[in-house]
Ligand binder design. Structure first.
Ligand code: TRP
Length: 335
């Protein structure tokens, strides 16, 4: 890329709702480090989105700090990228108000996540839950982000952000970059260790189904020992062998070996031995993240320095776009 060519901006908001799973790590997070070479990266902890569901303030603050530390532990470099906490940059919610005024009630009513969450929290269908996608659009548009890596559950929200951008541009003249979704190519899909036809999920009721990236070695070994296999006895990747396929995939991700190499390595060996080997490999694979996380959580002053610097840089960047939007819409200038 030429020296003066602008890198594309990639932006992602991360909900502070507990630790990532091995599935999240393999599917997306482990690519963060390399994304930083290709893109200008903006990562933030979406604490304003999180309060659409009622939280215990003490736990919530702790979770936000932990989530921030975890993004750094997973390879976000706070110097190369902009890493901050959403509520520290007021431009998100400021722009959100403006964008809310070009968003229709009907559009928000059609959001499936709103309908799901409203059903789940029937005693607290607050306005924030309803306007959540507008805030998400503001998160993205206030940086003129080019690309947004998202999971399937966020596709509809990104589509809305694109519609809002196009509409604003039509009404007020070209203003916002219309963001594209970013779907990483690699995408090994890790399944539940207990029901290997289902995706590995953060919120599985079965504690043995999901490996979290901060699990200690004993916990990891216990979960793999209990992993579901099949009544066959061969360690090979084949249709109908969902449990073994999943374990082979995990082993391959953790070691960098191909599935074929793994099959050869375990030819003639028993499932018990194989499961222990996968557990060991995963524990080794995740160990650096756990260590880095512990170091960061031990140094709150450093963490605070990072998020303060991140918020200042985020503010400067977003403020250009926000100020321009204010002017376009006809607000009186005062600066
Ligand atoms: N809504 C996203 C989620 O629940 C988090 C999020 C908030 C986000 N703002 C964003 C993701 C902007 C991408 C871009 O996962």
């Amino acid at each position: 890329m030429a020296e003066n060519e602008r890198k594309k901006v990639i932006l992602s908001g991360i909900q502070p709702t507990g630790v990532f799973t091995l599935g999240n790590y393999v599917g997306a997070i482990r690519n963060w480090d390399t994304l930083q070479e290709e893109f200008d990266c903006i990562y933030f902890i979406a604490d304003q989105h999180a309060i659409t569901v009622r939280k215990d303030p003490v736990k919530f603050r702790q979770q936000t700090v932990e989530s921030y530390a975890l993004t750094l532990a997973c390879g976000i470099d706070p110097k190369r990228s902009i890493a901050f906490i959403q509520s520290h940059n007021p431009n998100h919610s400021q722009l959100s108000w403006i964008l809310g005024c070009v968003t229709q009630f009907g559009e928000l009513s059609r959001m499936t996540q709103f309908k799901d969450k409203a059903a789940k929290h029937a005693d607290d269908i607050n306005a924030g839950l309803f306007t959540y996608p507008v805030l998400m659009a503001a998160d993205i548009l206030t940086y003129n982000a080019d690309v947004v890596p998202i999971g399937d559950d966020q596709r509809q929200h990104l589509e809305l952000a694109r519609n809002i951008a196009v509409r604003f541009n039509q009404r007020y003249g070209d203003m916002f970059t219309v963001p594209e979704g970013y779907y990483p190519k690699v995408g090994a899909r890790i399944k539940s260790l207990q029901e290997p036809t289902k995706k590995m999920s953060k919120s599985d009721d079965n504690p043995n189904a999901t490996v979290f990236i901060l699990d200690d070695k004993d916990t990891i070994m216990r979960k793999f020992k209990r992993a579901v296999t099949d009544s066959d006895s061969e360690i090979r990747f084949a249709e109908g062998k969902d449990g073994i396929n999943n374990l082979l995939t995990i082993y391959s991700c953790a070691t960098g070996k191909t599935i074929e190499e793994a099959e050869r390595e375990f030819a003639g060996k028993g499932y018990g031995e194989f499961k222990l080997a996968v557990g060991e490999a995963v524990a080794d694979y995740l160990e650096p993240v756990r260590t880095k996380f512990a170091q960061l959580m031990d140094d709150k002053a450093y963490l605070k320095e990072c998020w303060t610097d991140g918020a200042q840089r985020a503010f400067r960047l977003s403020n250009k776009v926000f100020t321009k939007a204010c002017r376009k819409i006809g607000f009186v200038d005062y600066r």
